[in-house]
Design a protein around this ligand. Structure first.
Ligand code: AHR
Length: 505
């Protein structure tokens, strides 16, 4: 192992910043490959233990993450999904072709009731993404009525006929997805008008208050964001379209290569490792761009910014359906996640929600399952562990973090960190992004005394390491020794590692 580098991280524990919404740790489940079918849902007749067809091993594993919200049914699938096909007796539900993802037949056995049951099992708030691309205003409006209205109405009667008396609470609603692409290939102004129109008919029924999210930009397409901002800005108006939607989304994937050759999830060299870290770090610039534009139109920060798809996107695993986006998940992916969270915490005043793509068996998943294993073959990925180790940041108060000394690779910073305070405890997250050298880190904790520190470490023999059913803990958290320092704490991090240090205040 190389000689250790040193880092100094100054943390102002007594300077409260914004609240880190737990919704920054949100999830995404699309009808894509084996995310829903095989991943979340195996049907009532499966030998895999299930409740109403929903896998209980998957639910149990995800309960440890305190998933705050779950986005469904897409992604691109959302804009070809017709919700009325997914209610009522399963035998009567019509099939369709999932044209975006593998051209496979979708039997609609997992529909609205199944999704709401899944959210209830997970304790997660539903985030339903409606269909703008091939749906109608009436269809979307009736879906909201079906889900959330009480009393008596045509949609309420339909819901009751399908076995659900009480309305559900549905806080989050997406108005289409990637409407610049798979969601309809629209131009920004055309979609901005549609977003206003659809939002008008997405009603609050009873005490259900919808948080309407307009489908936003790819990456740093600020022109798209600006068109949406103009659509709801009525500067100086008393009446106007101001409150039609409450948030604007955008998507950002860590694609280290090109879209044609994205690279392998597990077979990569140093150049690809650094390219990945560089691409992931760029999320900071992208969020700053959208935030600055939003500040100009919405200085009071009433509109939220929502990153409802993020994560690594590699070439699919050899031998798997290219339309199913099934990829392995290595220690490198865990570092991509940890540094995204550091950036999210920093921007928590404007960034109100983020959703990793996707929860099971697709892209940067928490869990991978194995269809050939009669027991279901469930594996927790390295990324899963970052979500679990970081959950103390949910709804905590962010505090300023300054990495004042650190190793670099060219201009690339090799230390990433963030911190928060909640319920009389501080939680610090630190990543050593150097793939070769260990790191001695001094946490210079200012503004409060810390007691009883405890550390946890996630690392592996190499950045390419991943978990399998035969070796499920090749990358798993372990205790980390934390030493006192005159002004704080000291930890030593191995290469390519992520750590959390918590302490009483
Ligand atoms: O997450 C996979 C796909 O990526 C989604 O369906 C789409 O919105 C994005 O392009």
């Amino acid at each position: 192992m190389s000689i250790a580098s040193t880092a100094r991280v100054v943390i102002d524990l007594d300077v409260p910043g914004p609240t880190i919404s737990r919704h920054l740790y949100g999830h995404f489940a699309e009808h894509l490959g084996r995310c829903i079918y095989g991943g979340f849902y195996v049907g009532e007749d499966s030998p895999i233990p299930n409740e109403g067809g929903i896998r209980l091993d998957v639910v149990e594993a995800l309960l440890a993450l305190d998933i705050p919200n779950l986005r469904w049914p897409g992604g691109c699938f959302a804009d070809e999904y017709h919700w009325q096909d997914g209610i009522g007796p399963k035998a009567d539900r019509p099939s369709m072709v999932n044209t975006h993802w593998g051209n496979v037949e979708e039997n609609n056995h997992f529909g609205t009731h199944e999704f709401m049951a899944l959210c209830e099992l997970l304790g997660a708030a539903p985030y339903v993404n409606g269909n703008v691309g091939s749906g109608t205003v009436r269809e979307m409006s009736e879906w909201v009525e079906y889900l959330t209205r009480n009393g008596d109405s045509p949609m309420v009667r339909a819901r009751r006929a399908n076995g659900r008396d009480e309305p559900w609470q549905v806080p989050f609603w997406g108005i289409g997805n990637e409407t610049w692409g798979c969601g309809g290939n629209m131009r920004a102004d055309a979609y901005a008008d549609l977003a206003r129109q659809y939002a008008t008919f997405l009603k609050d029924h009873g005490d259900n208050k919808l948080y309407r999210i307009a489908a936003g930009a790819a990456d740093d397409d600020l022109a798209w964001t600006e068109a949406l901002l103009k659509a709801v800005s009525c500067l100086g108006c008393e009446r106007g379209p101001k409150n039609l939607f409450q948030a604007i989304s955008f998507h950002y994937y860590t694609v280290a290569g090109t879209w044609e050759h994205k690279g392998s999830a597990t077979d990569f060299g140093l150049d690809e490792y650094y390219a990945t870290i560089r691409k992931a770090q760029d999320i900071d610039r992208v969020i700053r761009g959208h935030s600055a534009l939003m500040d100009a139109y919405d200085p009071e920060r009433k509109l939220g910014l929502v990153l409802d798809e993020w994560g690594t996107w590699w070439d699919v695993e050899p031998g798997t359906n290219p339309g199913f986006l099934y990829q392995q998940n290595a220690m490198r992916d865990a570092l991509v996640a940890s540094l995204h969270f550091d950036v999210f915490h920093k921007h928590a005043e404007r960034l109100v929600m983020a959703n990793i793509a996707q929860t099971v068996n697709v892209l940067q998943a928490m869990l991978l399952t194995d269809d050939s294993d009669p027991g279901g073959g469930l594996v927790r990925t390295p990324t899963y562990h970052v979500f679990e180790m970081n959950k103390g940041h949910h709804d905590a108060t962010a505090v300023p973090v300054h990495v004042v000394e650190q190793p670099t690779y060219g201009s690339m910073e090799l230390v990433s960190a963030s911190a928060s305070v909640k319920d009389g405890r501080a939680l610090v997250s630190v990543s050593n992004l150097d793939p070769a050298a260990p790191l001695d880190v001094v946490l210079d904790l200012r503004g409060a005394d810390v007691r009883d520190p405890a550390g946890r470490l996630l690392t592996a023999s190499k950045p390419q390491a991943f978990n399998t059913p035969g070796d499920p803990d090749a990358v798993a958290p372990a205790p980390l020794s934390v030493e006192p320092e005159p002004r704080g704490l000291r930890v030593t991090l191995p290469p390519h590692s992520f750590a959390t240090i918590s302490s009483a205040l």
